[in-house]
Design a protein around this ligand. Sequence first.
Ligand SMILES: NC(=O)C1=CN([C@@H]2O[C@H](COP(=O)(O)OP(=O)(O)OC[C@H]3O[C@@H](n4cnc5c(N)ncnc54)[C@H](OP(=O)(O)O)[C@@H]3O)[C@@H](O)[C@H]2O)C=CC1
Ligand SMILES: O=CC(=O)O
Length: 330
Amino acid sequence: MKPKVYIARPISKRVEEYIGEHCDYKKWQGEGSIPLDVLMEEIKNVEGVLVQHAPITNELLEQAPHLKIVSNSAVSYDSFDLEAMKQYHVLGTHTPVVLDETVADLAFSLMLATARRVPELNNFVKQGKWDTQTKSQQLFGVDVHHATMGIIGVGRIGEKIARRAKFGFEMDVLYNSRTPKLELEEKYGIVYSELETLLKKSDFVVLIVPLTPETHHLMGEKQFKQMKGNAILINCARGAVVDEEALIRALETGEIRGAGLDVFEQELVSPENPLLQMEQVVALPHIGSATEQTRAAMLMQAAENLVAVVTGGVPQNVVKELQGLLGKWA
Ligand SMILES: NC(=O)C1=CN([C@@H]2O[C@H](COP(=O)(O)OP(=O)(O)OC[C@H]3O[C@@H](n4cnc5c(N)ncnc54)[C@H](OP(=O)(O)O)[C@@H]3O)[C@@H](O)[C@H]2O)C=CC1
Ligand SMILES: O=CC(=O)O
């Protein structure tokens, strides 16, 4: 008999066929994200579940006595209650590496769009405001090339951003992380910097850290005051790495020039959020990895992790905090 699994998000035919070869599966067929009560009901009798960002809580795991794996089709796993997963011996896997270049591209899209005011000026032209009265200074942005970038979190994705910055845009790159990255310093000529110094020197501050208790509101009132008045914040990490109230104040008072945001403290972001009313903010709906090619690769990687565990194999991408559980299933 094939092991039972549940697929809690839409998947391609190819991935569905792959899972079907190895597992007896059921899938979420509704619109949008699966409601939690439905997920809880559906995983009561399965050994594995494929999700994207669904909260994996103690309450949910309590209801799923046969569950061996939660395979997340995303690199981050701040939605996992890691302690509960350890307690219930449920492995968690994610999809690192395959999305790195795509997320790095998005970070640059946001930087260029914010610095050169692309969405604002696109509207300006389309609304017929470009006329003989337009003064060229009205259209000025700031340069990205040869500016200083400060990257907070030079991991897999941060490295790809650093490479683009150094070799594509000839920028000076500072970085901050808890441990120095000597290999990357040598490879790309990037320079370690304490957070305060990085904020004081950077024209673009790029956030690409995981959301953890340590990084929650890493950027707050004090940090915005330390940034240059002409600096731009780019957040491709998680909304809650930034204290959004403090960001709104910093933008309203002109403490910083602008922000490019792919993520928000509350997603879906409310249309009432003041950030959405500001010309100097470029806002995107959490699309860091959202290209056809990358999402297909992530889903296949997530499916392979799922199938590996429920068929008694070893998955490639167990999150580091849960690697101690591996011996239980291998
Ligand atoms: N917008 C989007 O759609 C996407 C967003 N992301 C976000 O990007 C994050 C990073 O992904 P990825 O590069 O794969 O992750 P990695 O784990 O490879 O890199 C994270 C880096 O952050 C550093 N870091 C961790 N904690 C801190 C801290 N307290 N202060 C400073 N640096 C810290 C780590 O270095 P050290 O341990 O030395 O501190 C590490 O180098 C994801 O967790 C996710 O939240 C990812 C994909 C898409
Ligand atoms: O936010 C996206 C992810 O992969 O993490």
